[in-house]
Design a protein around this ligand. Sequence first.
Ligand SMILES: [Cu+2]
Length: 264
Amino acid sequence: MKKIVLLSLFALFAAALPASAHFQMLYTPQTILDKGGEVPLKLVFTHPFEAGHTMDMGSPQEFFVVNKEKKTDLLKTLKPITWTSLENKGKAFETSFKLKGMGDYVFCLVPAPYLEKAEDVYIQQITKLIVNNGSLPTDWDADMGLKAEIVPLDKPYAIWAGGVFRGVVKSEGKPVPFAEIEVEYMNHKPDMKKNVFDKKAMVEAPHDAFVTLTIKADANGTFAFAMPKAGWWGFAALGVGPDTEFEGKELSQDAVIWVQATKM
Ligand SMILES: [Cu+2]
């Protein structure tokens, strides 16, 4: 009897879990530029397919950019903002960075661990975004030495819609075999001025399984995903980092990368 009650409670709980996944967003509207200039950036911890619940971000542990192997610390440039989702408001950050030369600019964010109260687990999504100036490739395929990282095998800023993005999931520089990767489409356009998601969804998910797509890396930690639509695709490899505990609780140290597919 007890078992049945527990099982039905579990079923209720499982059904109540949101279908969408957490994604640390690191967003700028355009990832490939021809003449440099200012790159506006928004750091938002949210559920991008549904523009759903936005979590309060703490002060990030690290935020920097690498160009031609030179690292520039950007932590002090971050300004707190409030981001509005379709459900709530959450604490987020913004900054902007001026591209002064050609090449790849690899933005890396190590956020503060976030306590997911529903699961009593901390989540830390170490996130990369690569912006290119002048189509000169320099750093896009480099390992940034992050604890949890997706190293791209295709330039994340130069892929047609319908094209394939491949990456290697790494934990302290070593590939993670059969890593579980969640994939979400940014289905509501971020408004850079109002710090809000557009109410209009670009696509409808026919089933919950299409809100957050789940794929696996192969035995070498490599994965591939064909992006069927232009726009932003987020990839999050779950629990791949070496740190598994934070302040006495379980920690999921994830690796996130954002890829912008371009309409042909
Ligand atoms: Cu959430």
